[in-house]
Design a binder for this molecule. Sequence first.
Ligand code: NI
Length: 170
Amino acid sequence: MALRNIVKVNTEAESVLYKKTRIVERFDEKLKQLAEDMIETMHEANGVGLAAPQVGILRRMFVMNVDSEEGDYVIINPEICEMEGESIAYEGCLSYPQMFGRVKRPLKLKLKYHDLDGKINEMEAEGLKARCICHETDHLHGIMFTEKVIGNLVHESQLAEDDAEDENDL
Ligand code: NI
């Protein structure tokens, strides 16, 4: 396994964050290696989600770990098929260090995706998990959360204490 560099906004490499990704068609060893590297990179950066464009790879794939008991997920070719409710909360992004903003996301959703073996899976998610899936799926469309922020972006040092629990890098 190897750590990958996380592409940050306001750097020379940032254009990859605004590009669309290609569907994954080959479920081979190289893909498994990428998934392992992305999981390691996400944990090392203390994030709960990381999308392939954030490590410079334009493929429809992300990893997440929003609940240590559930462990790591590798989500390939995600399609959000049903959404329910609304939730507005602070979120951040490993590509935009230390800045947070309130974003409206669905409370619950259903997701179809491929796993690393190319098998189709379905998942129901709510709360932070649903938020993370939406944020990462946006990355696969070249959309940064900052495009959806309601109000101002705030530095983490300015987040009120009640908001601190929403302080997740996705
Ligand atoms: Ni992000």
